[in-house]
Design a protein around this ligand. Structure first.
Ligand code: ZN
Length: 287
């Protein structure tokens, strides 16, 4: 059922994009503005997405995403790139400007260190976590809730999450305190404002995040057990006043039972106007 829905939603997104692409092809300099815009949108949804002017989001399964902005910033979030839902055979991003790590648990730190070493990207996270990752000093940006950072055309705000955070550098040693868990708001010039909630339950201050940053797309955990379930994510979407909810942190382990179709039902029940956009791992989607 979940897979069916995912297929329908993804199919609808690609279908619309495909239709627009057909309409807008071939695009000539004389093409009307609206048509050129539609063609650009379509190309962004496909593989040739290198389209200028669009923001592209690729889900790597679980809480891992890669965001590419119109100004060329590449931002990886919670890069557990080897998680069970990661796209099969996909190569890791070659160039990354920033890696955002919401908290210290293994399913969020993931391959942060290897990706940082490979790409020289800066790593943003809580001070206590970043100082334990063993990164070169210039690459680790330890910070906390309230911090704001600029990466090319993206402005990144560190916000609250209601969860816990510890980090185990050595599997034989006990976990260490890793500071406050975080969420991230990413404001993109000429693009959407994304909110990646990290691992969290729903909390009243999501209304403050809405007031301060006006996110349009929320990447919300729906699996339950360690985070919000679909019913709570529906409440969160109302507090956040977002147009679109991208579900994450579900289906990776048996305990994470929430599904996008249950989220759709719960959004209707709460009379939320947010729409579900269930991404397929590895497929770049233009937002
Ligand atoms: Zn998690």
């Amino acid at each position: 059922m979940g897979n069916n829905l995912k297929a329908v939603v993804v199919g609808a997104v690609l279908g619309v994009a495909g239709a627009a692409f057909a309409q807008g092809t071939p695009t000539t300099p004389a093409a009307p503005k609206a048509e050129a815009k539609a063609a650009g949108k379509a190309a962004g949804a496909g593989k040739a997405a290198a389209t200028a002017g669009k923001t592209e989001v690729t889900w790597w399964g679980h809480a891992a995403f890669v965001v590419k902005t119109p100004g060329g910033a590449v931002i990886a979030i919670d890069p557990w790139l080897t998680n069970p839902k990661a796209p099969q055979g996909a190569t890791w991003p070659e160039a990354v400007d920033a890696i955002l790590v919401s908290h210290g648990h293994f399913d969020h730190v993931g391959e942060t260190k290897a990706l940082a070493q490979k790409t020289s990207a800066k790593v943003y996270g809580s001070f206590e976590l970043v100082s334990q990752l063993g990164l070169p000093e210039a690459q680790g940006v330890g910070a906390n809730v309230g911090g704001t950072f600029t990466v090319k055309d993206a402005t990144i705000h560190l916000v609250e999450a209601v969860h816990s955070s510890s980090y185990q550098a050595d599997p034989k040693a006990p976990s260490q305190y890793a500071g406050a868990p975080l969420g991230f708001v990413i404001e993109i010039a000429n693009g959407p404002t994304l909110y990646h909630a990290g691992d969290t339950g729903a909390f009243q201050s999501m209304a403050l995040i809405a007031e301060q940053f006006k996110p349009t797309v929320a990447l919300l955990p729906i699996g339950g057990h360690f985070t919000m379930d679909p019913a709570q994510a529906a409440v969160a979407s109302k507090l956040l006043k977002v147009k679109t909810v991208v579900p994450m942190h579900y289906g990776t382990f048996p305990a994470l039972t929430g599904t996008p179709d249950v989220l759709t039902t719960e959004l209707k029940k709460t009379r939320s106007t947010s729409k579900v956009l269930a991404l397929e791992p590895g497929k770049a989607t233009a937002l």
